[in-house]
Design a protein around this ligand. Structure first.
Ligand code: PHB
Length: 395
């Protein structure tokens, strides 16, 4: 009984403080950042967290009167854990936004949490086309595999590549990349002479690369999640494929800026299509790369860092536009349709699909001032996710 009385008194004191005109401090704006910080895919989290933190450090940790609080959680690359910690962030930590999601299965597992809680979910990397359809509360700032694969599927048949073997990681983004490449390449007169799929966890590429060698194609089209790329490139070179005349092509994940420079000569001349290169020639990108390197012991930003950086930008603008009001639905509305110049080039969030629209560049690995870079030499302008664009036409 005494406790009840005490609580009642405290409540009265609280109310009289408000009545006296002292506004209660605004609740912090909480962002739950869910990432694979340990395990095979931890490089994703390293870049993602650094990109998000750079934006916050440059733009202040308070927006529309609310202090921004980043709550970082490790999903260990496990979808069940991704779902559980997303749920805890919503229920226990009362986050205003869920963000992160380094791999497609991690985003898919958490999507129902966002829907149920009506909490916006900013997908900063997971790149299967269908991710944004898993919840109406998802907004994506990275890319889709079909979107970035379009570029290389158009470039290859115009550049003496007629016969191709596809080699992709056997999960949703790999299947998306493989399907897009096959459709577009064959429609332009190319021929697929073999298709291999490698496991997601701890892959040994040797037997798969043997099948590539046996098929003797002009090129091998590769998609592997970025942190797996160094193993693939090492085995490609150990087996002498780089000297065999079989070219490497694909989306840019395999020559990711995070590990490209350590790959060595095997990467030279590899042509890929992607939405971001640290060598992108713009004022905005030079400033971004310099600030990122300075804040992270010289680390080079990759496409995941820029996805996280732009994600925070979209979020800050939405918090401002809603004047800090606590409503997931209002916040989501303000995230849709934003458009600005990102370090990667012009970016917008499609209001209908909540997916990213951006330029897709064709790039070649070259040595620039002693370091390996993806040097952009052509671009497809303002590309939408082609899978969702085709569905919209069919409706
Ligand atoms: C994904 O799982 O969606 C994913 C992961 C790493 C990448 C691209 C896509 O490099």
């Amino acid at each position: 009984m005494r406790l009840v009385a005490l609580l009642r008194n405290l409540a009265v004191v609280g109310m009289s403080t408000l009545a006296a005109g002292k506004a209660a401090p605004a609740e912090p704006f909480r962002i739950g950042l869910v990432m694979p910080m340990t395990g095979q895919f931890s490089a994703i989290a390293r870049q993602m967290e650094a990109g998000a933190r750079l934006f916050i450090s440059q733009n202040g940790d308070s927006v529309a009167g609310r202090r921004v609080e980043l709550i970082v959680k490790d999903d260990g690359g496990n979808p069940e854990v991704s779902r559980r910690i997303s749920q805890e962030l919503v229920v226990r930590d009362k986050v205003d936004v869920l963000a992160g999601y380094g791999l497609t299965p991690l985003a898919m597992a958490a999507a129902p949490v966002a829907t149920q809680a009506k909490t916006p979910m900013l997908v900063l990397n997971a790149a299967t086309s269908s991710v944004t359809e898993a919840s109406p509360f998802i907004v994506r700032t990275s890319m889709t595999l079909p979107q970035v694969t379009l570029g290389i599927a158009e470039w290859a048949p115009k550049n003496k590549i007629k016969k191709v073997v596809t080699l992709v990681t056997d999960y949703a983004p790999g299947i998306d990349a493989e399907r897009t490449f096959k459709e577009r390449f064959v429609a332009r007169g190319g021929e697929i002479v073999g298709s291999v799929r490698v496991p997601l966890h701890g892959p040994d590429f040797a037997p798969f690369l043997q099948r590539v060698t046996d098929a003797a194609p002009d090129a091998v089209f590769v998609f592997v999640p970025a942190p797996t790329a160094p193993v693939l490139m090492k085995q490609f070179s150990e087996r002498g494929l780089d000297k065999s005349g079989i070219r490497l092509i694909g989306p840019g994940d395999m020559v990711d800026d995070d590990s490209l420079n350590a790959m060595g000569d095997v990467a030279l001349g590899v042509v890929t299509s992607h939405h971001y290169s640290a060598a992108h020639d713009s004022e905005a990108n030079r400033a971004f790369v310099a600030a990122f390197r300075k804040a992270n012991n010289g680390m080079r930003p990759n496409f995941i860092a820029v996805g996280a950086y732009d994600g925070m930008r979209i979020l800050y603008a939405a918090i401002k536009a809603t004047n800090g009001v606590k409503s997931g639905e209002a916040l989501l509305e303000q995230m849709k349709g934003q458009s600005f110049e990102s370090p990667r080039g012009l970016l917008s969030v499609d209001s209908q699909t909540r997916d990213v629209v951006q330029d897709v560049y064709i790039r070649k690995v070259e040595r620039v001032n002693g370091e390996l870079y993806n040097v952009e030499f052509d671009a497809l302008k303002q590309v939408k996710d082609p899978v969702k664009a085709a569905k919209a036409v069919a409706r």
